[in-house]
Design a protein around this ligand. Structure first.
Ligand code: MTE
Length: 304
């Protein structure tokens, strides 16, 4: 299957104007193709998008965490070009009505891909604003049919040491794994992203498809996904397996619960330069209104 470049703002709008997304509509690639005249006039930005200025494509594609390609921030940009992402398939299994090995084209079929400009907060206390293209995970889960016993969603990244040199190291037990509670996975903010800035997802950002959960620390946003399993028990997740006292299952962005080795009260926006200063970290990364109710009654210092 050949994936076409995804139409985005950069295709249809001069960069200066495109950077000011208040002027821009958001729509599916299909809608853009079908009716380019609609572009600036009618559509509103996604209600889920922040109106903060996105980081540049350069910032977002050269400062990455993707341990399959090394532990340095620039390693993924350097090594990930070796990754082949076509063909790509995803095993969807566990407590679903239609388990199977789905080709990527089939996974994204009929899903309304839209641009979502999200804040992104890494547990290392840096942050970014990212114009993703993606679709709601709930759309896919509904399509494969979640069975009543399912309580969590478990994800795995590709294991292919020939193309992922970081997998020669064994400090992480590969595959990289992540998990969400089912209600978190079904929240409309939770997306599977297939692109960035209107381009197919750069390999270093998790091509061809990755999770984005904007109210959680960045490590929950697992890249280059090859398995999605609906399960009854809370699954094992990579960072929790490595260091359970530092990385809990939930990993919600929370300025009042510090990492044992550093504060989570503030963050540095990447690309802001030497004089950019620090900004306050917001509860649930600024998505409190949409997600706080998911955790009603939970002690978030305990369920960190
Ligand atoms: N997914 C995989 N498979 N391997 C990784 O090492 N790193 C995580 C997450 N997803 C990681 C991963 C971490 S720690 C962060 S902060 C984000 O990816 C970084 O995403 P970005 O490079 O697009 O900013």
């Amino acid at each position: 299957m050949r994936r076409n470049k995804q139409l985005g703002w950069s295709d249809v709008t001069p960069k200066s104007q495109w950077m000011n997304r208040r002027h821009l509509m958001v729509g599916t690639a299909a809608a853009l193709i079908a009716s380019p005249g609609l572009l600036r006039a009618e559509a509103a930005p996604s209600i889920y998008s922040t109106d903060e200025e996105p980081n540049t494509f350069e910032d977002l594609s050269t400062y990455n965490n993707f341990y399959e390609f090394g532990t340095g921030k620039e390693d993924p940009a350097y090594y990930a070009s070796a990754l082949t992402t076509d063909p790509w398939s995803i095993v969807i299994d566990g407590l679903v009505d239609k388990p199977g090995t789905y080709d990527l084209a089939d996974v994204i079929k009929d899903q309304p891909i839209e641009e979502r400009i999200y804040r992104f907060r890494c547990v290392e206390a840096w942050s970014a604003v990212v114009p993703w293209q993606g679709f709601e995970l709930s759309g896919l889960l509904n399509r494969v049919g979640v069975q009543p016993g399912a309580k969590y969603v478990y994800f795995e990244t590709l294991v292919r040491p020939e193309e992922m040199p970081g997998q020669q190291s064994t400090f992480i037990e590969w595959p990289y794994r992540e998990g969400l509670r089912l209600d978190e996975a079904m929240n409309p903010l939770t997306i599977l992203a297939t692109g960035l800035y209107g381009e197919d997802m750069p390999n270093q950002n998790g091509a061809p498809i990755r999770l984005v959960v904007p109210w959680k620390y960045g490590f929950k946003s697992i890249k280059s996904i090859v398995r999605i399993s609906l399960v009854a028990e809370q699954p094992q997740t990579t960072w929790n397996m490595l260091q359970p006292s530092e990385y809990g299952f939930y990993s919600n962005v929370n300025p009042t619960v510090d990492h044992p080795r550093w504060s989570q009260a503030s963050e540095r926006r990447i690309g802001s330069g030497l004089f950019g200063g620090r900004i306050d970290t917001l509860m649930f990364n600024g998505y409190e209104e949409q997600v706080a109710s998911l955790y009603a009654g939970q002690d978030l210092a305990k369920d960190f």
